[in-house]
Design a binder for this molecule. Sequence first.
Ligand code: NAI
Length: 803
Amino acid sequence: MTVAEIFDTMEYGPAPESTTAAERWLEERGRAFGPFIDGAFRPAGTETFDTVNPADEKPLARITQCGEADVNAAVAAARRAQPGWWALGGHGRARHLYALARQVQKNSRLLAVLETLDNGKPIRETRDIDVPLVARHFYYHAGCAQLMERELPGAVPLGVAGQIIPWNFPLLMLAWKIAPALAMGNTVVLKPAEFTPLTGLLFAELCRDVGLPPGVVNIVTGDGRTGEALVRHPDVDKIAFTGSTDVGRIIRRATAGSGKKLSLELGGKSPFLVFDDADLDGAVEGIVDAIWFNQGEVCCAGSRLLVQEGVAERMAEKLRARMETLRMGNPADKAVDLGALVAPVQLERVTRLVQQGVDEGGTMWQPSWSCPREGYFFPPTLFTDVSPTATIAQEEIFGPVLAAITFRTPDEAVALANNTRYGLAASIWTENVNLALHVASRVVAGTVWINSTNLFDAASGFGGYRESGFGREGGKEGLWEYVRADWDAARHETAGSEKPAPEAPTTTPEADEEATPGALPTIDRTTKMYVGGKQARPDGGYSRPVLGPGGLRVGEVGEGNRKDVRNAVEAARKAAGSWGRAAAHLRAQILYYVAENLAARRGELARRLDSMTGAGAGPSEREVDLSIERFFTYAAWADKYAGTVQATPRRNFTFAVHEPIGTLAILCPDDWPLLAFVSTVAPALAMGNAVVAVPSERHPLAATDLYQVFDTSDVPAGVVNIVTGSRDELGQVLARHDDIDCLWHFGSRDEGARVEEASAGNLKRTWCDLGLPRDWSDPDQGAGEDLLRRAIQVKNIWTPFGE
Ligand code: NAI
C-alpha cells in the first residue's frame, strides 16, 4: 500500500494500550474488594457481584454489595473526621487536595486503563479527557480551599456529604463530587455505580497513599439499595446525585423535609443547532464529539440535531460519510473512536429505543461496517425525518443515536430546542455572532457551547434547568452546594430545641364573634386576590377572618383555592418572559418606585401591622422602614448581580450569566408579615422572576395593602400575584404545578416536607426553611446574598475565539 493510498483510506493497524499494569493491580488485590471506610479497606463482604469488562464480557473483579452496616460505619467515620478536617483550615485542606491532584497525575495511566476496562470507553477519552479533567478539578479546588476564608466569609461546611454517581464518567464524577466537598471542609461517603466501581476504589488507595486523614473520604460499593441507605441516613447533611431523572425524583421524595441539602444532575436531551451559515465540516466534527463521545452515554450528549432546512441534506450526506470512517472496537486501542456500552441492560435499552424510532416512522441509517461480535457494542446511528414528538426526540437514549429534525427560522429553532422537559446543555453552530448569542440567551439550558461542544472545566459550573436537575458542579457556584452561613449552621444545631413555627390561627369566625362582644360591626371589606395586575374575587367565594391581638377581627381575606392558584400561575407565566428580559436598570427603577410609594403610605401600613400583630407603633414603623430599605437594597442589586467571565483554560470567553428561574412561588412566614414578604419577593423580582406569593397566613393584610402600591409603581401586570389563604393547601397546589419553576417555603417542617415531596413532579427547585427561626430584620438573614443566589440560575455560555 502506498503512502497516498494510506492517506486516502486512513487504513491503519491497531495501537493497543497495554493493560498489564491494570490487570496486575487487580490480581494483587485478589480481584475482590470491600468498601473503603475510615482510611482502610474492609474485606470483601458476603454479598458480592461482578464488575465486567463490557468489551469482552469477562469479569474483572468481585465487588461488595454494601449493606446498612457498611453505610452506617462509613457515615460514622466521616462524621468523626469532619471537625478535624475543617479545623485544618483552608491552607491545610489545599495541601491535601493539591497532593491528590499530583497523585492522580502520577497514576494517570493506570487510572485511564482501569476506567477503560471497567466502563468500555475508548482509552483515548479516558487518557486525554477524563483523567486530565480529574486532576484539574483537584487543582482548582485546592485553590478554592486556599481562598475559602477570604472569598466566602462566614461560610461553614455542611458536615457529611453522601454522594452517588453514575457509570458513564466514574472517575470524573467522583472528582466533581469529592473535590468541592473536601475543599469546603466537608467529609464524604461516596457510592460509585455498580457497573464501574474500580477507579473509585483505586482513588481510595491514592487518598490513603497521600496521607489523607482517615474518614475524610469513604467509598461504599453496591447498587441502588446501598444508594438508598445513604440517602436515608439521618446523619448525612447533603446528598449530591448524578444519574437518571427517575432516581433523582425518588431521592427528592426520600429527602423531603429532612433538611439535607440536595443537588441533582440528571438526564438531558440536548439540542445541537446548525444554522445554514455554519461551517458544516466543523459542525460535523462537533456532532461526532456531541453524540459519539463516550458512545453517547453522556448526560449532555447533543442527541437532537436541529438543522436549518437549506443545509439539512448536505449535512446528512457529510455526516453519513463521516460515520463510515468512525472506528469501533477494542476500547484499549488508541485508534478507536467508539467503545462498548456499559452493560447488557444499556444495550437492550438503546436497541429498544432505536426500534421504536423506526416504528414511529424515522429513517434510520447506520454505517456499512459491522460491530465486534463480542461485547456490548452498538453502531453509531442517524435518524432523519424525525417528528419532534417522536419518542427518540424526547427520551434520553444514552447511546450513540442521533435524531435529526429540520427547522426554518431561528425562532422555530429555539422553540424546537426548548421542546423538551430537560435543560442541560445546547450547542449552537453559526458564523453569525449576533444570532449565536441571541439563540444562546433563549435556549433553556445550563451550559451553552457556541461553535463547540462538550467543553468542560473546573472553573465553569455545570448543571441543569428544569428536569435536568438543580445545583451546579464546578465554578464558584458549585461551592455553594457544600456550605451554609454560620448563623444558619447555628440554628440547625439548635434545631432540636427550637420552638416549632407558630401555627396559623384556628379561631373560627364564631369564636371570634364571641371574643368581641359588643363590638360595632365593621364595614365589610374583604380583601381580594391580586392576579395579573387586577384584584380578583376568590374563586370559591369564601373568605377567612384576619384576627388581631385578643382574637379581634381586623379584616377578612379571600380563601384561595386551586383555581385561584391556576389563574395566578398563568398570569405569572405570561409576564415572566418580558420581565426576565427587561433591562436590569428598568427593574431597579420600578423597585425604587415601589419603595417611594411604600414610604408615602408608611403610617397607614404601620397601623395595619400593629392592628394585626399588636407589636406597637414603634416596632411596626420600624418594620415598614426596613421594608422600604429592602426595596432599595434589591433595586440596587438588580443591575449588579450579573455574573462573571470564567477563566477556563482554552481560548474562550466563558460567560457565567445569571438568568431568572422563571415563575417563582413564595410561601411567606408569619413572623415579620410585611418585611418577610418584601425580603423574599423583592430579590425574586430584582433578578427577573415573576412571582406568585402567598402572604403570611396569620397576618396577610400588610401584603394585600401593597396592591395599590404595585399598581401605582409601574409593576407590569402579572409580575407579582398574591393569593391569600392556607399556606399548607396553597403550597401543595403550587408545588405540584408544572408551570412553577421554583418554590420557596417558610413554614413548619411538616409543611415543608409535604411541599418538597410534591415538588418532585417536575423537579422544581425548592428552598424550605423547615420552621427554623430567622430574624428577617438582620441584614445577613433577611437580605443576604443567598436570597439573590436562590433567585437565579447560572447559564454558562462558552464562546471560543480564534481564526
Ligand atoms: P441510575 O440513576 O439508576 O444510577 C445512577 C446511580 O444511582 C447509581 O450509582 C445507582 O446505583 C444509584 N441508584 C439507583 N437507585 C437508587 C436509589 N433508589 N437511591 C439512591 N441511589 C440509587 O441510572 P442507571 O439505571 O444506571 O441508568 C438508566 C438510565 O439513566 C440511562 O439509560 C440514562 O438514560 C440515565 N442516566 C443518566 C446519567 C446522567 O449522567 N445524567 C447517568 C447514568 C444514567
